[in-house]
Design a protein around this ligand. Structure first.
Ligand code: IMP
Ligand code: MG
Length: 174
């Protein structure tokens, strides 16, 4: 049976906000090129929509990580399932995530990527659940939306691999 999904952020709201953030990022990186790192699979829809709206030169790479935990809670132990294809040395890296929850995934990942000697690393996320943060040291440079502690799907985010393709952000009503 199909789950009931309540719209939290409409497609128009999400797209409008991505355009705003893209304009801000383009201003901040004026005269530079951005090496975007998409965190698969959730970050893929946001990465594409953001990349299309950036006015500075962009290159893209992809990484897939898995946290040892169930689908709704990350354990803090992160495994790199697919590593980047390219070196980060001297590049201005922008990590693009779907959502920052406890912050465990990103706190681990940023440490790993820093060792590859990029010129800079910034973090951009579509959604943030600040109430859920365990790793307080994770600094998010660009946040499209801060949301309450609810489990959301759509725009790349899944519930048991479903609903990534929804063009809006919704809450699954269980
Ligand atoms: P963190 O390590 O706790 O910050 O976990 C972040 C990851 O957990 C995200 O990249 C998502 O894959 C997943 N996640 C956290 N909250 C949600 C949610 O509300 N919906 C779907 N996935 C989520
Ligand atoms: Mg994710």
């Amino acid at each position: 049976m199909a789950d009931k999904i309540r719209v939290l952020l409409s497609e128009e709201e999400v797209n409008r906000r991505i355009s705003e953030i893209a304009a801000q990022i383009s201003r901040d990186y004026e005269g530079k090129a951005i090496h975007m790192i998409c965190i698969l699979k959730g970050g893929v829809f946001f990465t594409c929509e953001l990349a299309k709206r950036l006015t500075v030169p962009v290159s893209l790479d992809f990484m897939s990580v898995s946290s040892y935990g169930d689908d709704t809670k990350s354990s803090g132990v992160v495994r790199i399932v697919k590593d980047l294809d390219e070196s980060l040395k001297d590049k201005d890296v922008l990590i693009v995530e779907d959502i920052i929850d406890s912050g465990r995934t990103l706190s681990y990942l940023i440490e790993v990527l820093r060792q590859r000697e990029p010129a800079s690393i910034r973090l951009c996320t579509l959604l943030d659940k600040p109430e859920r943060r365990v790793k307080k040291q994770v600094k998010v440079d660009y946040t499209c939306f801060s949301i309450p502690d609810e489990f959301v799907v759509g725009y790349g985010l899944d519930y048991a691999q479903k609903y990534r393709n929804l063009p809006y952000i919704g809450v699954v009503e269980l």
